[in-house]
Design a protein around this ligand. Structure first.
Ligand SMILES: Nc1nc2c(ncn2[C@@H]2O[C@H](COP(=O)(O)OP(=O)(O)OP(=O)(O)O)[C@@H](O)[C@H]2O)c(=O)[nH]1
Ligand SMILES: [Mg+2]
Length: 241
């Protein structure tokens, strides 16, 4: 048999088989359910925002701050994924909006079918804004579309400014990066300029807001971003009727 000199990528050793990639098949199934979620959210005019980050970057604290700020203007709820415990959902309910905990029993990300199942246990009809707080992890959640309109990724000042280049898929698939815990910037070696530069080298379109749920810096800018997106979604729905 004559071997093509340059066709190295598809060259097969004798007796080799091509395996089906089960991860890719899983993601195809996930995308099918994600589309059903996207259609449902479109039909009821609810903005769906998927919040991702490493563990402990401040997602739940931001959900609480957002709830306190916007609950009189928007009808909101949060689905929150964690490997164990209902702690985050309890914290969010304490801030005055509805929240349902999705316990993944060890799975390191949320999948679209988990969101679909959650809809049987929480009333999302009539919401202006539904958040999904994903499991704290910059790797696996990046691969799973949950039917969201926007993916928003937090990177805390305490976790180092090198993350966009090390976990590029998350930043590539996010529309907005929130640089959180800005109140701690004076005490940690973290460059806001460097993290934005790296994130935009991965994804030139990504927007960035620097904020702190502790001292309130940037919270108005974040809430205005959300209000604008809710307005846009409703305006687009009217155009397409
Ligand atoms: N200094 C400071 N601490 C914060 C801020 N936001 C959150 N924290 C603290 O950071 C820790 C983690 O915050 P959480 O909101 O629970 O983080 P999370 O991303 O929801 O964590 P997981 O759900 O476990 O991934 C808590 O001790 C918060 O009080 C902030 O803006 N500034
Ligand atoms: Mg949390």
């Amino acid at each position: 048999m004559k071997i093509e000199r340059f066709a190295k990528s598809n060259r097969q050793p004798v007796g080799a088989i091509q395996c089906e990639n089960s991860t890719l098949n899983l993601l195809k199934a996930n995308d099918f359910v994600a589309k059903a979620i996207r259609d449902k959210m479109a039909a009821q005019n609810t903005l769906l925002v998927n919040i991702t980050s490493s563990a402990g970057s401040g997602k739940t604290t931001l959900m609480q701050a957002t709830a306190r700020k916007l609950k009189d203007q928007l009808k909101m709820a949060v689905l929150v994924g964690d490997l164990e415990t209902e702690r985050d959902a309890i914290r969010i309910r304490e801030a005055g909006i509805d929240s349902l905990q999705i316990v993944t029993n060890g799975v390191c990300h949320l999948e679209a079918q988990m969101i679909q199942q959650a809809f049987e246990h929480i009333n999302v009809e009539g919401l202006d804004l539904l958040f999904i707080e994903n499991v704290g992890n910059l790797v696996c959640p990046a691969a799973f579309d949950l039917g969201e309109d926007y993916r928003v990724t937090l990177i805390a000042s305490t976790e180092g400014d090198d993350k966009p280049k090390k976990y590029p898929r998350m930043f590539l698939t996010s529309e907005l990066m929130l640089i959180s815990k800005s109140d701690l910037l004076p005490y940690v070696p973290f460059s806001v300029e460097a993290v934005i530069k790296d994130a935009r080298e991965v994804n030139p379109e990504i927007e960035a807001i620097t904020l702190s749920s502790t001292n309130g810096e940037g919270i108005d800018e974040w809430c205005n971003w959300l209000l604008e997106k809710v307005k846009e979604k409703k305006a687009n729905a009217q155009v397409s009727v």
